[in-house]
Ligand binder design. Structure first.
Ligand code: ADP
Length: 262
């Protein structure tokens, strides 16, 4: 708390009292610390792939380039890390646009089932080689008032997580229903590895990952859930995550129903 005190004198100039101003600076300090932490995190997250890229290039220079097998493998690591960095930079740019409200939502009425179907079809193409089933149950009459591109990104982030963290033999489902007149509840449910209870409160934080090495190895940026949360909240919705270690994870969020929608 910052305190200022100004003496208050009467006519005869004897001191009568003081005006004391107390200002709670906790919030400002917290924001300041959050900003510093964020910059430190960004620097660290960008330095990590750079270090990897540098060491693989050095190995190639030191002779690995002579072995076609090694050269191919090292180049593929360099390629993967470069792509992850590109993804990270575009995620960061998007977060900064969302933060500064520069991102105008283009809200319109959309048939939720079509949006979910498009997202699921896209993923079923990528699923080749991975034995995880992906399905959706969304009534055809749910019309939501959303920015379709932004919502698409939410589905992208949540479904890709569900698939990433679900081992072979598992199942990913997208469900939606309308529990009240005003909003629709959407859930992305997986039967994957789950998230330990103590990590759940931190899971929407930027760069927070239960297992950094695993997330990086899978090409993750640690920003997917924070972007999803920002987008849902910009639509006036809420998002939450429930999880049981070893059993699976459910991400649930709400979306506004389009007025006039059935
Ligand atoms: P990432 O790019 O690492 O996937 P996210 O912000 O999307 O970043 O997710 C943050 C972390 O939350 C992940 O690294 C992972 O540890 C955990 N997580 C997210 N979704 C799931 C899920 N469906 N099952 C298990 N863990 C998850």
């Amino acid at each position: 708390v910052q305190a200022y005190s100004v003496p208050f004198r009467g006519q005869s100039s004897e001191e009568r009292g003081a005006v004391v101003v107390l200002r709670d600076v906790t919030e400002e300090e917290n924001e300041d610390r959050a900003r510093r932490d964020f910059v430190a995190n960004v620097s660290h997250e960008i330095r990590t792939p750079l270090t990897t890229i540098k060491s693989y290039i050095e190995a190639l220079e030191d002779g690995a380039i002579e072995s076609p097998d090694h050269a191919k493998r090292f180049l593929s690591v360099i390629h993967g890390e470069t792509e992850r960095m590109t993804r990270m930079v575009s995620d960061l740019l998007q977060l900064s646009r969302l933060d500064s409200n520069r991102e105008q939502l283009r809200i319109g009425p959309h048939v939720l089932r079509e949006l979910v179907q498009n997202a699921c079809y896209r993923f079923s193409m990528h699923l080749q080689g991975q034995d995880v089933s992906l399905s959706f149950e969304v009534p055809a009459n749910l019309i939501v008032s959303v920015d379709a591109d932004k919502l698409d990104q939410v589905f992208d982030n949540l479904i890709s997580n569900a698939i990433k963290y679900t081992p072979d033999g598992g199942r990913v489902r997208v469900r939606a229903h309308r529990p009240s007149g005003k909003y629709v509840l959407v859930q992305v449910i997986d039967t994957g590895m789950g998230i330990p209870k103590q990590e759940l409160p931190l899971i929407f934080d930027r760069f927070y990952r239960v297992d950094k090495a695993r997330s990086r190895a899978m090409g993750g940026t640690g920003l997917g859930l924070s972007i999803a949360k920002q987008i849902i909240e910009l639509h006036g919705g809420q998002i939450q995550i429930d999880s049981e270690e070893g059993q699976g994870t459910t991400v649930s969020f709400t979306l506004p129903v389009a007025t006039g929608g059935a």
